[in-house]
Design a protein. Structure first.
Length: 152
């Protein structure tokens, strides 16, 4: 039996046509899994910081080390950035690490860390928030889960 409804398929039997459709559908089904494999490299561990009033900040290197980028998520704040995961530029000096977003005149240094302590600056907020490294929060955090949430 030939498929007469589609002249471009002239000569194909219905079985061959259905096999072709099944092949295309199976390829489409595999595409999300292939995209999942294209995850960028990340650091093994999340670094987490806690503020004096319950604020939490998670940082995770994303991409190659030479890219100097990190994912940053903030919790416990009354701000539009509450739990929003953002990719930020990282600048390291001998004494500090800074995480910023934007460029040029629009660049905002959001987090500056010196040793185990730092300052969080939120756009539109006049107050700096003091934060300190929290080993327990870092250990309880999953690098893979943070990346997955960012990629959603």
């Amino acid at each position: 039996m030939t498929c007469n409804k589609h002249p471009e398929l002239k000569g194909l039997t219905m079985i061959n046509y259905l096999k072709s459709v099944a092949l295309v559908l199976s390829m489409l089904a595999v595409m999300p899994a292939m995209a999942e494999q294209a995850r960028p490299p990340i650091a093994d561990k999340v670094k987490a910081y806690r503020g004096t009033q319950g604020e939490k900040v998670w940082t995770l290197r994303v991409g190659e080390r030479s890219a100097n980028q990190a994912l940053v998520q903030i919790d416990g704040i009354d701000h539009d950035w509450q739990l929003k995961i953002q990719k930020m530029d990282v600048q390291k000096t001998r004494t500090e690490v800074s995480y910023s977003i934007g460029s040029g005149e629009n660049k905002i240094v959001v987090l500056t860390v010196r040793g185990g302590t730092g300052e969080l600056r939120l756009p539109g907020e006049p107050q700096l928030i003091d934060v300190g490294y929290d080993g327990s929060l870092s250990e309880a955090s999953s690098a893979g889960a943070l990346l997955t949430d960012y990629l959603k």
